[in-house]
Design a protein around this ligand. Structure first.
Ligand code: UDP
Length: 343
């Protein structure tokens, strides 16, 4: 059983990936300083997988403390690196906070990857590296323009650092560029717990439906899309999690010839904001109180993936439908409400 270090294992995609790795025979440990997450999520991971996951509450920007994890676990065979700040508006307001946290931590981990001869490394990247794209669907060959936010730029620079490093290091690296992750584990034991008030669509929908928000807004109805609202490629978090397991399997079996490669993780289907609202209402039977509003500054009109590369090279295919995404997001919101009443 290979031991995998998951950074940010208490986070949204990290916790789902812990479950998926365990279910596929990997041994996992987590490092998460819980600055924006709670170790309590590991109880959910245990309920689903039957495994207690050890978490090191260490800040990856602290090289010595991070090194101590590798000294204690010299048998780490792979790293899946999620730990990072990810709130776009916060990154615009505090760019240095984002560059410092997201890049120092990556550089420290890469040093340790080399020093401890960890053969495989998966990097959590984002479709925000594509910036405001014009040619759709987006392929891995699409030219990267400057990302719209410092957050997106930390992912783009992170990829560049890894690509440069892969030329002088024996390890193999894969960057996965997620489109719009939504949904929660079907058990409703784990899901997204926003640290700051969410600004992205799915948690705003569920918070409105449950009454945490009185109403929500659809930002922009005059875009040149089929119904005037923006189009995105929403992808279920469990499908994203499984892409990491498959990417690691691929590297472990030495099927990957390149030292560094990138893959899109999206469904390939563009869905509009209004379609999402309808889909949520249909899947859950909940009526959403929403108002049409002017465009939100900085929003791209439409972004969706071409997923052929990962399908063909790694054999990943999304399994969850849009309806599943809506149902599981809602079940998790209800569960969170239940938990907050218990406290
Ligand atoms: N959106 C919206 N109302 C909200 C939050 C988001 O209409 O309260 C729209 C937003 O304008 C965008 C889409 O939903 O067109 C997806 O936004 P999100 O922030 O979730 O993802 P991103 O824009 O980063 O892809």
């Amino acid at each position: 059983m290979s031991k995998i270090l998951v950074t940010g294992g208490c986070g949204y995609i990290g916790s789902h990936t812990l479950v998926d790795l365990i279910e596929n025979g990997y041994e996992v440990i987590s490092v998460d300083n819980n600055s924006r997450s709670s170790e309590a999520i590991l109880n959910g991971v245990k309920d689903i997988s039957g495994k207690e996951v050890k978490n090191y509450a260490v800040d990856l920007c602290d090289f010595d403390k991070t090194k101590a994890i590798f000294d204690e676990n010299p048998d780490i065979k792979g790293i899946v690196h999620f730990a990072a700040y990810k709130t776009v508006p916060e990154s615009v307001e505090h760019p240095l906070r984002y560059y410092r946290n997201n890049l120092y931590s990556l550089i420290n981990l890469l040093d340790l990857t080399r020093d401890y001869k960890v053969p495989n490394f998966i990097f959590s990247s984002s479709c925000s590296v594509y910036g405001n794209v014009e040619d759709l669907p987006v392929t891995e060959e699409t030219t990267l323009v400057r990302p719209q936010s410092p957050y997106g730029n930390t992912k783009k620079i992170g990829e560049e650092i890894i690509e440069d490093f892969s030329k002088v290091c024996d390890s193999k690296f894969i960057a996965l560029r997620y489109f719009n992750p939504i949904g929660a584990h079907p058990s409703a034991q784990i899901g997204e717990t926003p640290f700051l008030p969410p600004q992205n669509l799915m948690p705003i929908i569920t918070e409105t439906a449950i009454g945490k928000r009185e109403k929500m807004y659809v930002f922009g109805t005059d875009y040149p899309t089929r119904d005037g609202s923006c189009v995105r490629d929403y992808i279920h978090v469990v499908d994203i999690a499984h892409a990491h397991t498959l990417a690691l399997d691929h590297l472990q079996k030495n099927l990957h010839s390149d030292n560094y490669d990138v893959y899109n993780i999206g469904t390939g289907n563009g869905v509009s904001v209004l379609e999402i609202l309808q889909s949520f209402e249909k899947a859950t039977g909940k009526k959403l109180n929403y108002e049409l509003k002017e465009r939100r500054p900085g929003d791209a009109i439409a972004v969706f993936a071409n997923k052929n590369k990962i399908s063909e090279k790694i054999g990943w295919e999304p399994q969850y439908s849009l309806e599943d995404m809506m149902r599981t997001s809602w079940a998790w919101e209800e569960k969170r409400m239940e938990l907050s009443k218990e406290v």
